[in-house]
Write a protein of this length. Structure first.
Length: 249
């Protein structure tokens, strides 16, 4: 008898290894260049396809300054030269849109991809800069209000993926919001892959929804520190293995 059950799979799994999370909350959060490099190796071995990191400052902050980014990329390339890695362009890493533009323009060492949130001021111009500089673009939407700006952006069809990052804290509401944003994006003719991801209590419901809907997804300490059963994850690699297990099981 032929098994007609749809295959459960993760189209692409991204590991978001740190974000702004501190080592006080989780001692294994990678913050230094060498820690981020080592964690990149670990999550790739655990089953991640690509890795997203935030460059951290000694005081625990985040930055997109070129010299700091170059240090992290050099450390990664030294141990994982074929890894596909990207970083943020979030406005919280600098003083505002003009400084962000100047900093991204001054990057000498380039990540493979960079993320631009269309909830932020001057997102379209930053996205154009990312593409012009030869990086692969990811554009993110957080609410339905962000979608029109994304759809109007000159770089819409340059995206390697569209990140759908609902802000709702209740899992069912977050899944519904993600699906509504994805439907509107698809209705506009966008064919780029869509990635769902959540935060805290919505991480695993959105991973499951991504698997069900045939979309990409992500896990990692940036988004949440718990395994699907609610226990503490010892490290990012454990979160990646848990996501892969959900698809299999």
């Amino acid at each position: 008898m032929t098994d007609l059950t749809p295959e459960r799979t993760i189209v692409l799994l991204k590991a978001a290894v740190n974000g702004g999370r501190s080592q006080t909350e989780r001692p294994t959060v990678p913050v230094t260049a060498s820690e981020i490099a080592a964690d990149t190796l670990a999550v790739l071995a655990a089953g991640a396809d690509v890795v997203h990191f935030h460059v951290r400052t000694p005081d625990g902050g985040q930055t997109i300054r070129p010299e700091a980014l170059a240090e992290v990329l050099s450390a990664i390339r030294a141990v994982a030269p074929d890894a596909v890695v990207g970083t943020t362009t979030g406005l919280w890493t600098c003083s505002g849109p003009e400084e962000r533009y100047r900093l991204v323009e001054s990057w000498e060492a380039l990540p493979d991809f960079a993320s631009v949130a269309f909830s932020e001021e001057d997102a379209a111009r930053t996205a154009e800069l990312v593409v012009a500089r030869g990086m692969v673009l990811e554009s993110a939407v957080w609410t339905m209000d962000d979608v029109p700006a994304l759809l109007a952006s000159p770089t819409l069809h340059d995206n390697v993926r569209i990140l759908v990052e609902p802000l709702e804290e209740e899992p069912e509401a977050a899944v519904a919001a993600a699906r509504a944003m994805a439907a509107r994006i698809r209705a506009a003719g966008v064919t780029a892959p869509i990635l769902y991801h959540g935060d805290g209590p919505t991480v695993w419901p959105l991973v499951r929804a991504a698997i069900e809907d045939g979309h990409e997804t992500r896990v990692g300490f940036e988004d949440g520190t718990d395994l699907p059963d609610g226990t503490d994850a010892p490290d990012n690699a454990a979160l990646v293995r848990a996501a892969r297990a959900l698809a299999v099981g």
